[in-house]
Design a protein around this ligand. Structure first.
Ligand code: GLN
Length: 491
């Protein structure tokens, strides 16, 4: 069992094609691993029967030589994705037992290519959070622990279930989403690879909306190559999402392992923030050195509006969220609370159904959009957003990609930041910029800190240049020698 679940996606796909094992065996091994790992709380819904039925169908296709690109591969799906006739809650009580009558485009693309679903993964409620603690299903536990301690750590958020499941070998890869860092920060906290592609690469159709101008789907995977394989399947034009890009999807995996010689790597000086642990500073320097050794040219660049990114994000994202979440009123689907009249039903449903962080976002969003405050907050934030995008445009004159840390710390303890929203929001300081600018960005595990916890480096690329991001990610992965490092099993 252990051997099959510890394979990378690529190795598993190769093994299936070479008939070294069947999808049925691979899937059974994963189902057993998922059951044994319930203390991690990564899966909030397991779908073993459907997984086994899909595995059988995949084995039949493999036998006939009709295998798709992901044929027979068991994956985990973040609960933000609508899955036909399978409960999708966004980890909010307000959706109740909602069973979508349709499938999201991203997951449909994965099934089209032969992948199968093991179950739905835990996350922060409506993807609002950086620690998975806002989930109505309780927090996810990071498989990684501080050396010699049994304290429970966060896997990050909002895609904490996806990150934990991949790190603990509970699937070969997972879907995730990133509005302000929710793919990259959990990837950094769990020693996994996560990429948020260019805005518009993946269709948002059937992904529960948080902040539509920032939301993007992407994979969390065990290796850079696995992330490339998954992203290729997930991407593509979809007429059902008007922001989906009608352009060719490159073979991302072909960029992994490609030489990075001659690439100019920008190091933005504004990402050197106060109070950043020395170890993260050092890791960043390691990354710079590795890329230099691989033949890259390192250039210092300036992104002068970086310090306004977090405040701008925490205006734009809640503003869009307050609008998107207006649909949860107890009338159409999900939870309905009792009340004497229509308004009372609305009020009671929303009071009961939304958790504290979601309510905070709705209040902030409603405030910054209201007459009298709109210009001072929302409009101003939109202007800042433009400036941040312009900063990147300037940087591309001098470099081909940027290298930064992914997060300002390693994984922290559950409960440590949950009473201080500002401390929690600060986790996103290096990640929100690329959502505001719509750029592709990846987190690659680059080392362990002194406590034995994984740390990630972030690579930011030009719009639509995921290829270069994958090449650099591959180079860092190789130089860091992180591949194969796993959390010691305690669950
Ligand atoms: N942590 C950020 C937030 O709470 C980002 C979340 C996300 O990317 N979905 O908004």
């Amino acid at each position: 069992m252990t051997a099959l679940t510890s394979l990378t996606l690529k190795a598993a796909l190769d093994g299936l094609k070479a008939k070294q094992f069947s999808s049925m065996e691979l899937t059974k091994a994963h189902i057993a691993a998922v059951e044994a790992a319930r203390p991690l709380n990564a899966y909030i819904l397991e779908t073993p029967e459907a997984a086994l039925a899909s595995a059988e169908a995949s084995d039949a296709r493999l036998a006939k030589g009709e295998a798709g690109a992901l044929e027979g591969a068991p994956l985990g799906i973040k609960d933000l994705f609508c899955t036909k006739d399978v409960r999708a809650t966004a980890c909010s009580k307000i959706l109740g037992d909602f069973q979508p009558p349709y499938e999201s485009t991203v997951t449909s693309n994965l099934w089209r290519d032969g992948a199968l679903m093991l179950g739905k993964l835990n996350m922060d409620e409506f993807a609002m959070g950086s620690s998975n603690e806002t989930s109505a299903f309780g927090p996810v536990v990071n498989p990684w622990r501080i050396a010699g301690s049994n304290k429970s750590l966060t896997p990050g958020g909002s895609s904490g279930g996806s990150a934990s499941a991949v790190a603990a070998d509970l699937c070969l890869g997972a879907t995730a989403t990133d509005t302000g860092g929710s793919i990259r920060q959990p990837a950094a906290f769990t020693g996994t690879v996560g990429i948020k592609p260019t805005y518009g690469r993946c269709s948002r159709w059937g992904v529960v909306a948080f902040a539509s101008s920032l939301d993007q789907a992407g994979p969390i995977a065990k290796t850079v190559e696995d992330a490339a394989i998954l992203l290729k399947s997930m991407s593509g034009h979809d007429p059902k999402d008007s922001t989906s890009l009608d352009i060719e999807v490159p073979d991302f995996a072909s960029f992994v392992g490609k030489s990075v010689k001659g690439l100019r790597i920008g190091v933005p000086k504004e990402y050197r923030v106060d109070g950043m642990p020395a170890e993260i500073e050092k890791l960043w320097q390691d990354g710079i050195n590795w890329l230099k050794e691989a033949g890259c040219e390192i250039v210092e660049v300036s992104l002068p509006h970086t310090k306004y990114a977090l405040p701008a994000y925490y205006i734009v994202a809640p503003a869009e969220a307050s609008s998107n979440l207006a649909r949860y009123d107890g009338m159409r689907y999900g939870l309905r609370a009792e009340g004497g009249n229509l308004t009372e039903i609305y009020e009671n449903t929303r009071a009961e159904g939304f958790g504290a962080e979601v309510k905070r976002r709705i209040l902030i969003g409603t405030y910054v959009l209201s007459a009298g405050y709109y210009d001072a907050y929302y409009l101003k934030a939109q202007k800042v957003r433009r400036r941040i995008a312009d900063d990147f445009e300037q940087a591309w004159q001098k470099c081909d990609a940027l290298l930064t840390p992914t997060a300002p710390s390693a994984a922290f303890g559950l409960g440590e930041n949950s009473n201080d929203p500002i401390a929690m929001y600060l986790n996103d300081v290096f990640t929100v910029t690329t959502n505001l600018a719509g750029l592709p960005s990846m987190s690659v595990p680059a080392g362990l800190d002194a406590q034995g916890l994984p740390l990630g480096l972030q690579i930011i690329g030009r719009p639509l240049d995921e290829g270069t991001v994958f090449s650099i990610g591959g180079a860092i992965e190789k130089a860091a020698g992180f591949a194969g490092k796993k959390a010691e099993r305690w669950w």
